[in-house]
Design a protein around this ligand. Sequence first.
Ligand SMILES: Cc1cc2nc3c(=O)[nH]c(=O)nc-3n(C[C@H](O)[C@H](O)[C@H](O)COP(=O)(O)OP(=O)(O)OC[C@H]3O[C@@H](n4cnc5c(N)ncnc54)[C@H](O)[C@@H]3O)c2cc1C
Length: 463
Amino acid sequence: MSILPPPDTGFDLEVPILIVGAGACGLVAALTAHDVGAEVLVVEADSAPSGSTALSAGLIPAAGTRFQRDAGIEDSADLFAQDIQKKAKGENPQELVDLLAGHSGKVIEWLADKFDLPFSVVTDFDYPGHSRRRMHGLPTRAGRELIDRLRTACEAQGIDIICNRRATSLFVDGDIVKGVRLEGPNGTEDVGCNALILACNGYGGNRAMVRQFMPEIENAVWFGHDYNQGDAVTWGEALGAETLHLGAYQGHGNVAHPQGILITWAVITQGGVQVNLNGDRFWDESQGYSEAARAVLAQPEGMAWTIFDSRIAAIARQFQDFKNAEAIGAIRTADTLAELAEVTGLPEANLTTTLSEIPTHGTDAFGRSFLGESLKPPYCAVKVTGALFHTQGGLRVNQDARVCRSTGGVFPNLFAAGGAAVGVSGSGDSGYLSGNGLLAATVLGHIAGSAAANDMKEEHGHA
Ligand SMILES: Cc1cc2nc3c(=O)[nH]c(=O)nc-3n(C[C@H](O)[C@H](O)[C@H](O)COP(=O)(O)OP(=O)(O)OC[C@H]3O[C@@H](n4cnc5c(N)ncnc54)[C@H](O)[C@@H]3O)c2cc1C
């Protein structure tokens, strides 16, 4: 990963807008720029568009959408912005929060109307920290469907996505990016561009950077996409770009072990609990799934059992991942507490006491409020561990998603979005509000694509 002066011999290819990374961010940026009328090229290190986007549940929070109105949900960008800041204890730049919350509804509706993405809002359970139901997802509630539909939309628009090409160097003259060196099966290719959008996510796949910036999660399972090696931050730091909150990340404390399947946090928000291998509760699970990773990893063997029941399983079944976990036997079921102890291997007496101490209506010793139905047989249980999903620190950007210089001002033709840019999750792990990842990928991707394309129009107009 290096910064080079423009090649003396010129470029092998020149494009107006070059986008590095074909996750949700890169593809939304490409669709937007194309929609505004600019020519774009997306380059992707992997053999097909996938990224962490494909590994996700594909749920994107957005406020004030018609999907919400149709479901009778009243929401506003202001309320959404307040929820984001509350979860992150006010640590985010307010203007970035307002930008993302303010554009979220518009972007979801644009993707639905323009490219036929059949979003619906999740109406049957709450996500921690969201004061309104605003998670929008596709029918399978799986990120694979999101990326496949975005790729299909790009193909239908004639947008070129070249895979098996890793960007390794930026060509820069002063503070203007001139192009990118790609490594691929046929060696290196140098591509010139008028604007560059970094959509290559964060540094969760880079062990050294994880150790440096978030040592507390260093030993967790890495659950994101391996190609997310922190290239945007590495280039940005070499260029003198401003970075922010490099210790921020999203963990998840509900990954089925040893199957490695994400179990939706709905099993907790609907009344489920986590117990350690002694059968003891150990924290207030309602705080959120990101900080759950650290809570679970601090338990004996870094493991826990998530206990819920068949009513909750019926809700969780809208997620393809949950169905997959059931299909391969990760979800154990039991008609009695004795059987639950048997199928989990947890000490029966302790497990029985622990579950009997959960209040039906009221607050438990950890400060968690239970307002819904108590757990009833048949019971369900899944053994889980904590994982690192993606990093939330990154390059600081302005209202156009242009990368800020650490000395003030911006790099005029360098944009960053999605996991390449700093998110809105504060400085650690507990500031992550559900959906912050795809919020930054889709909304900031849209803003970057639009700003870069409008620059092209202006340049054209001045020519
Ligand atoms: C299991 C899991 C579940 C999640 N669930 C949710 C959820 O429900 N809602 C939510 O909001 N967020 C969720 N997230 C987070 C979310 O997936 C990410 O925040 C989001 O996908 C980031 O999008 P992106 O386009 O920035 O990155 P990605 O989707 O990771 O795409 C980046 C792409 O850039 C490519 N790339 C990297 N470096 C280079 C390079 N040098 N040259 C060329 N290509 C490069 C990579 O190969 C990759 O394809 C989840 C994450 C995980 C791991």
